[in-house]
Design a protein around this ligand. Structure first.
Ligand SMILES: CC(C)(COP(=O)(O)OP(=O)(O)OC[C@H]1O[C@@H](n2cnc3c(N)ncnc32)[C@H](O)[C@@H]1OP(=O)(O)O)[C@@H](O)C(=O)NCCC(=O)NCCS
Length: 173
């Protein structure tokens, strides 16, 4: 397989990213969420990443800023997702490359942690842990086990708290 190039999205990629999300999720909700997320304060263009294979966009992941309401005061953390790889290229490590690149790019931006809602088995392999181990919950309607998290700065999650996802995410959860 040709090497995968992971890079930040540009406006020229928006349609291709929609196609990736539509095909991976077989529905419109995630593509719509990504489009809406771009219009919010929490959107960070450098953390909306595409995976390119032979010049074609085959994967996408976005990390956006969300608020952690913690006992010692609110903190900004990152929420990973939606994330998608076109079905024809899945199981080849593209999703893994996207997550590793996203984590590496998030670290220097000084956010203390990343949270992910959904598919805990997939994310645990990258060093995410059950968020409930820190006492971290969300305002989404998901089981406790469905939230995983990774500290980028030690101690960020140690007091627990509730992650406030924007209402946009409630279309998915
Ligand atoms: C989840 C997804 C992004 C993984 O991308 P990928 O490029 O196939 O990932 P990788 O090749 O790095 O890893 C594949 C491994 O992930 C695991 N995996 C894939 N989908 C999974 C899921 N829904 N739940 C748990 N584990 C999953 C499998 O163990 C797989 O291993 P295998 O190849 O030995 O079967 C991709 O399958 C996808 O777009 N799925 C549909 C959309 C989705 O569910 N997105 C994530 C939630 S926001």
């Amino acid at each position: 397989m040709q090497p995968i190039k992971v890079r930040a999205e540009t406006a020229d990629d928006f349609r291709a990213i929609d196609v990736v999300n539509l095909s991976a999720f077989q529905g419109e909700a995630e593509a719509q969420l990504v489009g809406e997320l771009r219009k919010t304060d929490g959107f960070i263009p450098d953390l909306s990443l595409v995976a390119e294979l032979n010049g074609r966009i085959v994967g996408h992941v976005v990390l956006s800023r969300v608020r952690l309401h913690a006992p010692g005061g609110d903190k900004d953390v990152l929420a990973l997702g939606p994330m998608s790889v076109v079905p024809s290229q899945s199981h080849r490590g593209i999703g893994s490359e996207l997550i590793e690149a996203a984590v590496a790019r998030a670290k220097p931006l000084c956010y203390g942690a990343i949270v992910v809602a959904g598919h805990p088995d997939y994310y645990l392999r990258f060093g995410f842990k059950p968020a409930k181990d820190w006492g971290v919950t969300t305002n989404l309607s998901i089981p406790d086990d469905a939230l995983t998290a990774m500290e980028l700065v030690d101690g960020t999650l140690s007091g627990g708290g509730e992650v406030e996802y924007p209402d946009l995410f409630k279309a998915l959860f």
